[in-house]
Design a protein around this ligand. Sequence first.
Ligand code: ZN
Length: 734
Amino acid sequence: MARPSRHGPNQGGDIMITWCLEEEAAKDWHECSMKAESAVSTTPLHSPPTAVTTNVPKTTTTVSFNTEDLNEKIDKNVEKRIWNKKGEAEPTVLECPPLGLESLRVKDAQLQASSFKRRGLGPHRGRLNIQSGIEDGDIYDGAWCARYEDKKQWLQVDAMRLIRFTGVILQGRSSIWSWDWVHTYKVQTSNDSISWKPCMNGTKEAIFEGNRDSETPVLAVFPEPAVARYIRINPQTWYKNGTICLRAEVLGCTLPDPNKIYPWQMEQVIQDKLDFRHHNYKEMRKLMKSVNEACPNITRIYSIGKSYAGLKLYVMEISDNPGKHELGEPEFRYVAGMHGNEVLGRELLLNLMEYMCQEYKKGNQRVVQLVKDTRIHLLPSMNPDGYEMAYKKGSELSGWALGRYSWEGIDMNHNFADLNTVMWDAIELETDKSKLINHYFPIPEQYTSKDAFVAPETRAVISWMQNIPFVLSANLHGGELVVTYPFDMTRDWAPREHTPTPDDSFFRWLATVYASTNHVMSNPDRRPCHYVDFLRHNNIINGASWHTVPGSMNDFSYLHTNCFEVTVELSCDKFPHASELPAEWVNNKDSLLTYMEQVHRGIKGVVTDKETEAGIPDAIIKVDSIDHHIRSASDGDYWRLLNPGEYEITVTAEGYMPVTRKCQVYYEPHPTICDFRLTKTPKQRLREILAKGGKIPKDLQLRLRQLRTRKLRVTTKAINQRRASQQKIRASQR
Ligand SMILES: [Zn+2]
C-alpha cells in the first residue's frame, strides 16, 4: 500500500551510505550496499573513505563514563539559571496532604453530587487532573458537571472518618471541545451529611476564587480549618458560556483514631527504612552520594551527559564489580523521568538503590544474587530540567503537562531516531529479501547533523545505549497504570494499530511480569485512571495499539541495539503527594526486582575463535523462528532473551563459517549457556596472510552504524562547545 507524505523531518527513509552518497550519488541503500559489499570483499581497505577504515574502534564502545565526584559544586551559571528567583525554588507547603481524589485513594462511592449531566460526567469524575477521551459524551469524561445551572449545586466528599479540612484545589473540565470551569465557590462541612456548616471568613461566609481556565489548578486555603467527615464544594459563579463543571482535590489531615473506629484506614506499616519524599536535583545528588558512601563496594555514580540547562544526568551503577563489564554478565537499565513531571519513577529508583544497598549488606539472598549476576544501571532523571519546573509548583499545583518537556520544549519520547520507518520502507521497496536487515539499524544521516532537533538529553542516552551492551530495560512513566511494549509506532501512521515486533511473545511476558506483580495494577477491583480501561487488557498493551509514538525510546532501543525495553506507566497521578510514596514503594518493589531478574531468561554465551579462543565481537546471533537478530558484545559474549522452548540458533561472523546448534530454554529464570566456537573461512585465512594480520573487515551495516554514531557524537560535541561558550559570554555580560 502506498503511504503518502511519509518523509517529514526526522523520519528517516534516507538509509544510504555516506561514501556511496558522496562518490556514486547512489540513492538507494540496497543498490549502494551491494556495490559497497562487493568492494569490501575484494579490496576492503580501499573503497570506503579513510574516516571509515582508519580510526574505526575495535569495538563499538569508545566513550567511557568516568566516576562522578558528588562533592563537586554545581556550576554557578547553572545554579543561577535554575534556582535564581528566591522563593520559587521550593513548592508551596501544604499544611495537610490531599485526601486522594487524584490518587484514587478516595473511592468512587465516596463522591456524590447534587446532580450530574450524565454518567460520564458523574461525581466520580470530579477528580483533579482526570483526563477525558477524544470525544465528549464518553462514559469517561473529564469532570463532574452539574445538571442544573444554579447556586445550589455541590460535589461532596465523604472522608469516611473525621478530618481537619484545610483547603481545596480546583480545576476546570478536561475536554477538547468544551470550555467549562467554576469562577467562585463556597464550602460547607458536615458530620452527618444532614446539617451543614458554611466555611467562614470572619463573620461572613467565605467565597473562594476558582479557575480562569480549564487546566491550571488553583489552591484555596480555608481561613479556619474545619473538622468534619463530609465536605461540599458549592459553585457560585462559572464561565459564562459554559456550565458548572469541576475537577477537585481536598486537603485535610486525618485526626487520631485511638478507639480504632476506622480499622480499614489503619496506616500500612512500611518495613523498609527509605528516604520517602520528593528529591529535587540537589537532594537527589545527596541521596545518591549517601548510598554510594554506604555501599562503596557495589555502587558507582557516573554521568552520561548534561541537560540543556546544564544539570548532569546521573546514573547509579550497582554491581559486584562497579565500573567493569564482566564477561557473560548481562547489563540492565531503568530510566525514569524522561517526562520531567512524571516523578514517581525517579523516587522509586532512588528507593531501589537505597534498598539494594541496605539489603545487600544484610545478606538478603535475592538482592545479593541480583548484584552478583547483573550489572544494574539506574538513571532516575533523564529530564532534570523539566522536573525542576514541575517540582517548583509542587505535586498538586503543577497540572498535567508542566515539566513534561525538556527546557527546549522537546518531548523526548518522540525525539529518538525513527528507525521503524527506515525498516518498513526497506521492506516495501526491497525485492531481494535477503538484503533486508532486521536489527542494528544505523541512525539516519539527517539525524546526525548539527541542526537536527535532537535534545542533548536524547543524544546522551543514545551514546549511553551504544556504549554499554544493555540487554533489558524499562522506561518509567506516570499518568496511567499499564505496561506497554513495542512497537510504539504504527506502520501506516494510523493513530492506533496493533504493531507487534518479531519478539512479541517475549515482550508480552516482560510486560506481564511487571503488571502482574504490581499491587495496584493487579487489583481486579481498581477503577480506570482516565478514559481507557486497561484492566480489560490485563494491564498490558502493545504501545502502538494504544496510540502511535514515532521516535520512541523503546522502538529505538529495539531496532538500534540489542536491548529490549518496555514502558511502565506507574500511577494515575503523575506527581503523587509525598505521603503516597511509601505505599507506592510497596506497590512496586516486587515488580522492580522481578522485572530485573528477567534479564536472566533465554540463552547466553560467548562466541569465540576456535583457534585463538579470542572472543568475536559483533557476531550475529540468529534464532530460526524470530526475524530479529542480536549481536555479541566486544568480548564475544551475548544474551538472547527468549521464552521457554527449543530453538535453533545460528551464529555468523565476518570471516567465519556459520555454526548452528539447538538450545533449550527452560522455565526457571536461569539462562541456558550456549557457547559458539567459530572457524575462519579459507578466504579469510588467505586474506589475513595477504594483509599480514590485517583486521577482519566489518560488514557494511556495522560500519555505517558506527559512522553515523561517530557523526552524532561529533555534532553533539560541537553543539555542547558552542553552548558552553555562548553561556560564558552571556554570564560575562551580566
Ligand atoms: Zn510519560
